[in-house]
Design a protein around this ligand. Sequence first.
Ligand SMILES: Nc1ncnc2c1ncn2[C@@H]1O[C@H](COP(=O)(O)OP(=O)(O)OP(=O)(O)O)[C@@H](O)[C@H]1O
Ligand SMILES: [Mg+2]
Length: 272
Amino acid sequence: MLRINKLTKRFGDKTAVEAATLDIDKPCMLGIIGRSGAGKSTLLRMINRLGDASEGSISFEGREITTLKGKDKRAWQSECAMIFQQFNLVPRMDVVSNVLHGTLNRRSTLATMFNLYPMADIHKAIEILDRLGIAEHAPKRAEALSGGQQQRVAIARALMQDPKIILADEPIASLDPMNAQTVMEALRRIHEEDGRTVIANLHTLDTARRYCDRVVGMRDGRIVFDGLPEQLTTGVAREIYGAGADFSEAATSTEIETLDKTQAVRTAEAYV
Ligand SMILES: Nc1ncnc2c1ncn2[C@@H]1O[C@H](COP(=O)(O)OP(=O)(O)OP(=O)(O)O)[C@@H](O)[C@H]1O
Ligand SMILES: [Mg+2]
């Protein structure tokens, strides 16, 4: 189905992703974990063609993706919808219109300019919102919703494209535990009920273990683990998140997350 072969991305002399190889042969829910700067977002962006690979290839159902251009590239971007940590909704626009934006790729400029949507699309948008448990919020402005509700609107917008793959870059990183659970459950259901593949970058081991069928661990741009959630032992976690952390059996995901944040602060400081 999706084959990623020796995919590499360089930014100047920095190698963000190095020879990543990944084969998905049937729809699954895959979690990518790793500390800040490991290359998780860069990998997802290359799959969606938001960023071009420096080397390597991606193929989907036998079709080469890395060389797609223009219309074909946009069609691919519809097939693998992307969801972000910050939802990327239009805050002042109502929820339904935000969801209908998911059809932009296949609408004419004129229809877009005048905000004209076919009735069938409006019905479909409401149906998807209903499925995600937020139909009652359809007429509200997106900014009036909670974070978890907004992320579900973003998922609804992605579903409007009827994608085969959903790429989620830290979909729950800005959410409290309750909202995070709702969003992860929604993604899980979309995988199970629709047979869509979900690939999600996640910060904590716990989330990956709980919702994913398969977990990929990245460290310094390389894939250092690819296996089942139950194979994520303390030793494996140490390999993914780096030495120096206390990964005794008692270590919790909170500690791992804290470690990650410390790293993030260091990374941020390096830019100042
Ligand atoms: N546009 C860019 N220009 C230069 N360097 C970049 C760019 N994008 C990412 N990088 C670098 O590539 C590396 C991987 O970044 P990436 O954003 O993929 O990491 P990540 O695993 O998603 O981290 P986080 O958990 O913080 O989101 C980092 O060292 C980052 O600084
Ligand atoms: Mg990232």
